[in-house]
Design a binder for this molecule. Sequence first.
Ligand code: BGC
Length: 729
Amino acid sequence: MPTEPPSATDPAFGILTARAEANPDALDTIVDELVDELTLDERLAMMSGDLDFWPGLVEMLRGGYGHTPYVGGAIERLGLPGVRFSDGPRGVTLGHSTCFPVSMARGATWDPELEERVGAAMGGEARAQGANLIGSVCINLLYHPAWGRAQETYGEDPCHVGAMGAAAVEGIQRHVMACVKHFALNNMENARFQVDVTASPRVLHEVYLPHFRRCVDAGAACVMSAYNSVNGDWCGHNRTLLTEILKDRWGFDGFVITDWLYGIRDAHAAANAGVDVEMPFRMHYARQLRALVDDGVVPQVRIDDAARRLLRTMLRAAASTTIPAPDVVAGDDHRALARDVARQSLVLLRNEAVDGRPVLPLDPDGLRRVAVLGPLAAMVNTGDAGSSDVRPPEVVTPLAGLRDALACEVVHDDGADPARAAALATEADVAIVVVGYTSADEGEFIDPSANPELYALFPPLDPADPVAAELTDAIRSRDDRARGGDRAQLTLHRSDEELLRAVAAAQPRTVAVIVTGSAVVTERWRDRVPAIVVAWYSGMEGGRALADVLLGREAPSGRLPCAFPIDEGDLPPFDRQAHHVEYGLYHGQQHHDHVGRPPAFPLGWGLTYTEFEHGPPAATVGGDGIDVELDITNVGARAGADVVQCYAEAPDSDVERPRRWLVGFQRVALEPGASTRVSIRVPVETLASWDETGDRFVVEGTRYDLVVAPHAASPGQTVSVDVGERALT
Ligand code: BGC
């Protein structure tokens, strides 16, 4: 194996890329020629990470996770650079890259165009630092808000998550290949290495897979298989998912990689199921594939198919992408984008009037003293400390952002003593209390000792091998910050709740700023706190964005990408240690609707500083979709943005359907007094349901009510359509 693999600018690869660029129709011919030129061992080598397992692991533990790209499938002889993978969803983990708000925050913008820009920025930063593939498109649905990695996805709804994910793919692939993960049904953390998720074909195709398909249709180069098992097969061994659905039914012509280290447990099952590359090191494939091919157990056409997929996708990407200058990394433009996204992601949950005036926005001219309180006010807290951790050159905390923006006195207390914090709040004109979670409460759970059976997957290590001593050393000195895991509860910490109550009792103008990766149960304190803002993990510019919104420089426009329940008991059960779970048709908002227990704040909820009026919707059925149009006017006194949401209902359906489901949305920014006509395209497939007998989607010949509404629980305004019965592929 080469110690220094050929770089993406290797001349030989450059010649191939230039040929592919000059004549995209010749791509398959070039790929065929290349495959013919590769020996079987080289083809097999392309199917693994490049480093041997134990030295690779030592480097991973020692060098810090994700500091350099993980390389797989480089072939020195032909100048093939292989895949050079970097994570992750909130920015590039290499070097000191821009740290964006987490995906859940970006989901709250409901703005795919903005997400495309974020994708392009991440792709550019990755490429400028030597990667050609990034694992930034995490689109597992938020089945339950306690999921430890909730922050890495965009929300609970397949239509919304699909639109955001596809936009990210398009942006990223201006510069590098996008890896969409984790395929599939990876929605719990602590149990991810042990849980089998059962789901019927209908539940799979209608609920848990459509957003993956949307990303594949957007041209995603790569899909990462998940750790968990689905319907009895580990995702990395799951032929139904990887070959029958992804590659055959959807026509995915990119490549499948495993999730890291524990992604597959057996080369035979994985290769025949459709895994193309085992990452990040030489493990099962490197040890077993050659013999399996020689014995005819894994057909060589499968190996050639994997090689072809990799080469075709890499060449296509290299020929169609650009390499930005190194100074894009955390440069001014990307930092400004991070601030813009953070501003647009803040969700104003509540904004009651005190003395006849809503608490927000604050009037900076009328302020003498502001108290910024709470354990997270001055903390650098950009989210999970696992594989998605980004190390930006600087992080603007809420306190720093507010201090920077306010000319008046700003006092701060960490709130450890609620009485002391309340005293400060009394002497101020307003109290801003920043509470919520950190990577200690939620995030990726990296503790293989919780599943000791995983160690048996590693190649044997001779204790006399010098790498054994290095490993012991590396384990001893490793950074153990990443505890995370599924959140223990959906409420805030008791101490946060106590602080909020104490401060709000002392200061009528209290603003709660909640840092979280998903839904929070707010019942024990909500009514006492007049203004509540969900800030999520808001990235390196989050503090400035918070100040922008609290001080009214920009009106909040974020909308919840997941319902916030009144009580965890209103959700489907979530067993953090489960070995088996069954997913049905409903979770999130649709589960609330189904069981008749409304959430505290529905999907799509968010207040702002102005008011919008929606005219009656009109619908035109045409081809494979429906255009829903309506006039919208900003009837308030401030500029702002609205997110117009379109839900479908099928009251006369012959099959069980959710009470209503999201089929489209559009964010619109308007100056005060301005009007515009909004058009939302509703693809006909969003109305379809899965017909298990026919093994396909069908649109029933029934009446569909399309409800245009400001959030999922609003009566909205309805326009009915009949699109005729249709069978879809
Ligand atoms: C995570 C993936 C990630 C990979 C590489 C794994 O632990 O589950 O999401 O892409 O590491 O960083």
